[in-house]
Design a binder for this molecule. Structure first.
Ligand SMILES: CC(C)(COP(=O)(O)OP(=O)(O)OC[C@H]1O[C@@H](n2cnc3c(N)ncnc32)[C@H](O)[C@@H]1OP(=O)(O)O)[C@@H](O)C(=O)NCCC(=O)NCCS
Length: 185
C-alpha cells in the first residue's frame, strides 16, 4: 500500500473513479469540492491499483482574534466499507496531518461526529476543547453546534505563531466560513 497525493484536478481518471465510488458509499449524491478551497486528494493505493481509503484536504485563510492564519481541514475521510477496521483510515489521516504540517499551513482544523474523536486522536490530531467551527458564509452561517449536531472540533497547531496563539482557539467560536459548497468542510 502506498499513499498518493494530488491536486484534486490532477487525480488520474482510474484512481478518481475508485475514490468517487468510495465517497458515493458514504455520501451518496455528493458533488465536487469548491475549487476556491484548493482541494488536495490523498489516496491509499494497493499494488494492484485499488483504493481502499481516501480523503481530501481543503485550505483557506481565516481570521481569528484579529489575526490571519492559513487553515487546512480534512474532508470526506472514507474507507471502503468492506475494508474498515484494518488501520487504513488511521494511516491516511496521520499522513494527511504531516502533509498539512509540511504545507506551511498554520493549523489544521475540522469537525467530526463525537464517536470518531478517538479515531482522529489515534492518528495524531487533538480535540480543540470547547471550540465551535462556524461554517457556511457570514450571511448564512452553519455552526458545528447547530441543532441535531454532536460534533467535536479537532486541530493541530503547526507553525510557531499558531502554537503561540493556540489558547485563543480553545473554547472559542472560529469563523471558518468555507462557503456554500463545503459548508463545514
Ligand atoms: C471513519 C472511517 C474512515 C475509519 O476508517 P477505518 O479504516 O475503518 O479506520 P481504522 O481501521 O484506521 O480505525 C482506527 C481506529 O478508529 C476506530 N474507529 C473506526 N471507525 C470508527 C467509528 N465509526 N466509530 C468509532 N470508532 C471508530 C477503530 O475502532 C480503530 O480503533 P482501534 O485501533 O482502537 O480498534 C470509516 O469508518 C468510514 O469510512 N466511515 C464512513 C465515513 C465517515 O464517517 N467518515 C468520517 C467523516 S468525519
Amino acid at each position: 500500500m502506498r499513499i498518493m497525493t494530488f491536486a484534486e484536478e490532477d487525480v488520474p481518471a482510474e484512481l478518481r473513479a475508485r475514490a468517487d465510488a468510495l465517497r458515493e458509499q458514504a455520501w451518496p449524491g455528493g458533488g465536487p469540492h469548491d475549487p476556491a478551497l484548493r482541494p488536495v486528494t490523498m489516496l491509499l493505493v494497493s499494488p494492484d491499483g485499488e483504493v481502499p481509503a481516501a480523503l481530501d484536504i481543503l485550505t483557506k485563510e481565516i481570521v481569528h482574534g484579529g489575526r490571519p492564519y492559513r487553515a487546512a481541514g480534512l474532508s470526506a475521510v472514507v474507507t471502503d466499507a468492506a475494508r474498515q477496521g484494518r488501520g487504513y483510515g488511521r494511516r491516511l489521516v496521520a499522513a494527511a496531518r504531516e502533509t498539512i504540517r509540511e504545507s506551511g499551513a498554520d493549523l489544521g482544523l475540522f469537525t467530526c461526529d463525537r464517536p470518531l474523536r478517538g479515531f482522529y486522536e489515534s492518528a495524531g490530531w487533538d480535540e480543540l476543547e470547547g471550540a465551535v467551527l462556524i461554517g457556511g458564509t457570514p450571511r448564512e452561517p452553519f455552526p458545528s453546534d447547530g441543532p441535531g449536531f454532536d460534533k467535536v472540533t479537532m486541530a493541530g497547531f503547526f507553525t510557531a505563531r499558531a502554537k503561540r496563539d493556540a489558547g485563543a482557539f480553545r473554547g472559542s467560536r472560529v469563523e471558518l466560513y468555507p462557503g456554500e459548497i463545503d459548508r463545514l468542510w
